[in-house]
Design a protein around this ligand. Structure first.
Ligand SMILES: *[C@@H]1O[C@H](CO)[C@@H](O)[C@H](O)[C@H]1NC(C)=O
Ligand SMILES: *[C@@H]1O[C@H](CO)[C@@H](O)[C@H](O)[C@H]1NC(C)=O
Ligand SMILES: *[C@@H]1O[C@H](CO)[C@@H](O)[C@H](O)[C@H]1NC(C)=O
Ligand SMILES: *[C@@H]1O[C@H](CO)[C@@H](O)[C@H](O)[C@H]1NC(C)=O
Length: 738
């Protein structure tokens, strides 16, 4: 797999499997899910700045790559692990619950921050403190730090404060539903047992006995967390402690990882997993989830180049051998490009450039969510890659690829909400079955086709290009340029005024590439686009919102239908050629569905409920010529770049036999008015069916989420009748081998 695309980025997999999203989704009024963090410097995001201790990251160049470019107390050049974790579920929350509205994308605040007050408390809190360990005597040299027992006391205090705010019962619920991260253990080795030769602990214990002791103490901590109400706790093991630059500088002659520390990790991690299993079986529920940081970290340590790093031995910021001596300070050596270093300072990983994979596994119409964040979070030592594997998520550990979407309302995920146009889906009941239950601009009761493709591929859903959230790392996910109402032709959809015509979408795509280049360099950007998956859905509006919009339309006076179709296909060819010239190499092109069968057309043109013959004829002419054109284009470019998705066939399956697919009807829209609920738009005043899953059509023009799922299944796994020359699964398999 070509790693260069994402530069040094993601290769370790951070998988958070949050089974309890189920509850969040099923319960109406989905609630915020709080996030609590306990542990050491790998997860401290600033508590120590409020303390009299030497263990603080409060001076430049710490934070150099943080959004504010200021030192915040995080032991990183940029974001740290909890930031990423809160960021991942927050992002996913857009899909899952309304909690993003409440949390925004704010990371959890340090508990000692004076800003942590009022409503902010409901987001959770970070109790971590650099330097601490499982044992009270770990890190004593740092003087005033928050030992773990103290962190747990603060957690109790926190709960009292939240109770005062929202009542005891709600507070307990908040804690029960929260996600908890705890990262401990590394310091018990590096800042205790191995800190000095003949340390007190090393004189007291042989290493194996010390590990047994640590685990038994850790057990008490975890039990206490459970007693305090935590019900979903990620417990990270230690990384390869012997391989961090600090240890190389102190304990290694030839740059090999320090053997005694490696042995410590090798003893500690399996026993921690055992402990976690034991606790779960005692409690009778999966409360604790262990994350194995060691194995995944060894990959990049043994082969940094493969992951885009020039070194995994030398810290970016530090001094002495391997830049591993002392701390990172304003006078340290500082590498110019943090992205090519695995280690930021002698102990801590470089900025977490994260791409995340989100895989929502739909079972019985509820979500199991797997969050996989892939990053260069080369967590070292104590740190943690959180790698949780819980059935029934299917998780891909491959680097993700970007996803770009072009087209009309079938694939618009909200761009039109940012425009002065009437073609928008911004009022209820649009989004009624979306995880947040709010309208998002998608022309669906729930998820649309691009969402479902993203989820199936384990990608995060692409943001609308016009969304202000599409900045920074999010650019790496791709973007959705689609705009409801547009067509192949510039004059299609003019009645909607301000929409993004296809050439404008392509222009924005160019603009996007410039922004991306500024972020990851021109070559990185080009690679990302080359490797990306693209979906383009055009054509339907050129008939329903142009040629057939009114009797004697300009286009129908200009062209006979067959000539019009030929003209459309020739114009479409230019669009696709332009997409190719802009660097895309995997493009799914959907034909039109059975346009004559949508409720809008039944209402306007059909007496008997039969599909409208004229529009069916249009689809029948357009689709085969589209396939032919794609074949010709592929030949021209000498590669299978364009893949035809037979949307007509996919729709006809459930249109002609709705019951076989679990629908009560394919003629009547769930939301609308008049015959077939096919007149006008879906609005708050429309008829609304109680069970959207029983309707093939959500509104007069657009399939329901359930129908979208059927379509996406065919895109993924369909035979050549549906997908030509091959389905998306085959494409992904093929691309993963190159
Ligand atoms: C650590 O300190 C806490 C609080 O002072 C105490 O309750 C706990 O027993 C101590 N742990 C050990 C192993 O001494
Ligand atoms: C789906 O729900 C049914 C009944 O609620 C249950 O019996 C079945 O096991 C569920 N299937 C899965 C895959 O969870
Ligand atoms: C549509 O508009 C674009 C950009 O304004 C232009 O380049 C293109 O030639 C137009 N297409 C037609 C068929 O006029
Ligand atoms: C489509 O996908 C499935 C796997 O999901 C595969 O078995 C099948 O062979 C693929 N291709 C075709 C042409 O059916």
């Amino acid at each position: 797999m070509d790693q260069s695309v994402f530069g040094s980025s993601m290769f370790l997999c951070l998988l958070l499997v949050l089974i309890t999203w189920n509850n969040v989704v099923v319960v109406p009024q989905a609630e915020a899910r709080a996030f609590f963090v306990f542990g050491d410097s790998l997860v401290d995001n600033g508590n120590n700045n409020y303390l009299l201790t030497t263990a603080r990251a409060d001076a430049y160049p710490y934070g150099i790559d943080y959004p504010t470019h200021r030192a915040t107390g995080r032991f990183s050049n940029g974001l740290n692990i909890p930031d990423i974790i809160s960021w991942v579920p927050n992002h996913v929350a857009v899909l899952i619950s309304s909690f993003s509205e409440r949390i925004g994308s704010e990371p959890t605040l340090p508990y000692l921050s004076p800003a942590l007050d009022g409503e902010r408390l409901l987001v959770g809190a970070n109790f971590a403190s650099a330097g601490i360990g499982i044992l009270n005597d770990t890190g004593i040299q740092f003087i005033n730090i928050i030992r773990i027992s103290r962190q747990l006391q603060y957690f109790e205090q926190y709960q009292q404060r939240v109770s005062a705010l929202i009542g005891a019962e709600q507070a307990q619920r908040l804690v029960n539903q929260a996600l908890v991260l705890i990262t401990l253990g590394g310091n018990d080795f590096v800042n205790n047992y191995f800190l000095v030769p003949f340390s007190a602990r090393s004189r007291q214990f042989a290493l194996p006995d010390y590990v047994v002791y640590l685990i038994s103490e850790y057990r008490k901590i975890l039990v206490r967390l459970y007693e305090l109400g935590a019900r979903r706790v990620l417990v990270t093991g230690t990384g390869p402690l012997g391989c961090v630059p600090a240890e190389l500088a102190q304990h290694s002659r030839n740059g090999e990882c320090a053997a005694d520390l490696q042995q410590a990790s090798a003893l500690f991690n399996p026993q921690l997993v055992q402990l976690v299993n034991q606790l779960n079986s005692e409690i009778g529920s999966v409360i604790f989830i262990s994350a194995n940081a060691f194995a995944s970290n060894m990959d990049f340590i043994s082969n940094p180049q493969a992951y885009g790093f020039i070194t995994s031995k030398v810290a970016c910021c530090g001094q002495g051998r391997f830049n591993g001596i002392g701390l990172c300070t304003p006078v340290s050596n500082l590498c110019p490009n943090r992205n090519v270093y695995a280690f930021w300072d002698p102990f801590h990983p470089t900025r977490l450039r994260i791409l995340r994979i989100i895989h929502l596994h739909n079972t019985n119409n509820s979500f199991h969510s797997c969050f996989a964040a892939m990053n260069n979070l080369l967590v070292l030592g104590f740190c943690a890659i959180i790698s949780l594997v819980v059935a029934p998520c299917s998780i891909s550990a491959q680097p993700t690829r970007a996803f770009f979407v072009f087209g009309d309302s079938l694939v618009d995920s909200g761009n039109n909400d940012f425009l002065a146009t009437t073609a928008r889906a911004d009022a209820p009941p649009y989004g009624i079955d979306f995880p947040s239950h709010i309208p998002t601009g998608r022309f669906s009761n729930g998820l649309n086709i691009p969402d479902l493709i993203s989820l199936e591929l384990g990608l995060e859903p692409t943001l609308p290009y016009l969304s202000p959230l599409l900045v920074g790392e999010k650019l790496l996910i791709g973007a959705n340029f689609a705009s409801a109402g547009i067509g192949i032709l510039n004059d299609t959809g003019i009645q909607f005024l301000n929409i993004i015509h296809i050439y404008k979408q392509l222009k924005l795509f160019q603009e996007y590439q410039l922004r991306l280049s500024a972020h990851i360099g021109a070559e990185g950007a080009r690679n990302l686009v080359n490797r990306a998956l693209v979906l383009i859905t055009l054509g339907g509006n050129d008939f329903v919102n142009n040629y057939y919009l009114v009797p004697y339309s300009a286009r129908s006076r200009q062209f006979s239908l067959p000539d019009y179709v030929r003209y459309l296909v020739s114009e479409y060819r230019k669009v696709l050629r332009r997409l190719y010239d802009l660097g895309t190499r995997r493009v799914l092109v959907t034909g039109t569905g059975p346009m004559g069968c949508v409720p809008a057309e039944l209402a306007m043109r059909s007496r008997t409920g039969d599909c409208d013959v004229e529009l069916q004829r249009a689809a029948a002419l357009f689709n085969p010529q589209l396939v032919e054109m794609l074949n010709a284009l592929n030949e021209e470019v000498g590669s299978q770049v364009f893949i035809a998705a037979n949307a007509y066939r996919m729709h006809m399956d459930f249109v002609s036999n709705p019951r076989a697919y679990g629908f009560v009807t394919s003629k009547i829209a769930c939301c609308g008015q008049g015959p077939y609920n096919g007149i006008g738009l879906c609005t708050p005043a429309s008829n609304l069916c109680p069970n959207r899953d029983l309707y093939a059509f959500w509104d007069p023009f657009h399939p329901s989420e359930k129908a979208n799922r059927i379509i996406v299944q065919q895109i993924l796994r369909g035979t050549t009748e549906y997908m030509h020359p091959m389905n998306l699964t085959s494409i992904m398999d093929l691309d993963s081998m190159t």
